[in-house]
Design a protein around this ligand. Structure first.
Ligand code: CA
Length: 428
């Protein structure tokens, strides 16, 4: 089935700015709360949000097999479980109804008033009920940088790294939607040169510039997903800031890996941009230096996406400072390889599971995806516009991730993924 929603020549009767992240070619999915306190699934065009349950009630999805309440929900899980054919039909229909040439809804003010809202009138919520969350470690530049810092240049990459997409299972309970403030976490750390740990608030709160993909129900327990089929099961992507307390992480991570230094919070952007919308921005993934084992070998080579990724910090004075500009295309392991690897042992993946890319660093210093790398473990502080310096984040710092794709005249983006670091909660 053709993805007619992606037609680059299509224009909408809803006015959009030229540089919007949400032209009619995007049609992402999210969940929001209206002024009337109603939670609904919706999409977005420019600065307008579209209530898809009202849209469905008025019959604009006629002919598409959807249950009556599919969009009248507080998460996208059931819609995601409907599968790729349905996602595509729904996106194509929305594009058709909002096309500048189509007057059906445009000339029905009663319907318009119930379906379309100003984006500032709604509150975005977490778009999915995340069952399981895996975080990978798939950027070679990031893994190398961290390896050099902790083990030296010779042993930077662990022996397994070029053979498999390394990952770990994270907590889904503390994944929050963009805009949620993040309390500086408490934990154990081992001060430099000491032999006994101390307890206190982390002094090294960091970001991780990542994306994450959301899956549909993919396999039964025991059945691996073949790598060339994996794309079928990926609904879409979000921006993902996988907050990290580096001092807590450093003391706790041996031998079982990331734990409390990671699980205090992770932030995602509210709009899930579908893989269908990202299709025109496919690109080659990096050549893999070591031929992977057969279960990780893909038939096609255009397995990546050209998505510019940016991280900013906004200080309390309101200055916006660009910290890093990276790109999804630097990822060494692809999402299909990650999903094939995740399931090769028979582990089942469900609708609404989320898989993080791992910090995505580029080859140059201005493209590193964490403060750990940008300041080289705190040794090279960054000076911000207001003259203050940062190694890691201060209370009051608002960290903003952005991402967008651009090709010819079409630009689609992810909106913002923001989180402000605030003081630790007062202990009882
Ligand atoms: Ca991470």
């Amino acid at each position: 089935m053709q993805i007619t929603a992606n037609d680059p020549h299509r224009k909408s009767w809803l006015a959009t700015e030229k540089e919007t992240d949400f032209p009619i070619q995007n049609i992402p999915f999210g969940v929001f709360l209206t002024k009337e306190d109603i939670i609904t699934i919706g999409t977005r065009i420019g600065e307008y949000v579209i209530d898809l349950s009202a849209f469905h009630q008025y019959g604009y999805f006629d002919g598409i097999p959807l249950t009556d309440d599919i969009f009248m929900q507080d998460s996208l899980n059931d819609f995601i479980a409907d599968g790729r054919k349905t996602w595509r039909l729904v996106r194509n229909r929305i594009a058709d109804i909002f096309d500048a040439e189509n007057s059906e809804l445009r000339e029905n003010p009663t319907h318009r008033d119930t379906i379309i809202f100003d984006v500032n009138e709604v509150e975005m919520l977490l778009p999915i009920d995340i069952g399981d969350y895996t975080d990978f470690y798939s950027s070679r530049e990031h893994a190398t940088n961290v390896g050099v810092m902790f083990r030296g240049k010779e042993n930077a990459l662990m022996p397994n790294w070029l053979h498999m997409p390394v990952g770990y299972h994270g907590r889904s309970s503390s994944i929050v939607v963009s805009g949620t403030p993040i309390h500086r976490p408490y934990g154990q750390t081992l001060p430099l040169g000491e032999s006994q740990p101390v307890f206190g608030a982390s002094q090294r709160v960091d970001m991780e510039l990542e994306t994450a993909f959301i899956t549909t129900a993919a396999n039964h327990l025991g059945e691996p997903i073949p790598v060339d089929e994996a794309e079928e099961y990926i609904f879409g992507m979000v921006l993902f800031n996988d907050w990290s307390a580096r001092d807590i992480q450093k003391w706790e991570y041996v031998p079982l890996g990331p734990f409390l230094g990671k699980s205090f919070a992770s932030t995602i952007s509210p709009w899930i941009v579908t893989m269908d919308a990202l299709e025109p921005f496919r690109c080659e993934s990096p050549k893999q230096e070591v031929t992977p084992l057969p279960y990780l070998q893909q038939s096609r080579s255009d397995n990546s996406y050209d998505v510019v990724l940016q991280a900013f910090v906004e200080t309390e004075k309101g200055d916006l400072n660009l910290l890093s500009e990276s790109n999804f295309k630097y990822m060494y392991w692809t999402m299909s390889q990650q999903l094939a690897h995740q399931t090769v042992n028979g582990c089942n993946v469900r609708a609404g599971d989320m898989m993080g890319s791992g910090t995505i660093s580029g080859p140059t210093k201005d493209s590193f995806g964490s403060m750990l790398e940008l300041t080289w473990a705190g040794k090279e502080p960054i000076t911000l516009k207001d003259g203050t310096k940062r190694t890691f984040f201060n209370d009051g710092d608002n960290v903003i991730l952005r991402g967008y794709c651009k090709k010819d005249d079409v630009r689609i983006g992810f909106g913002k993924c923001t989180g402000k670091i605030i003081s630790p909660i007062k202990l009882k």
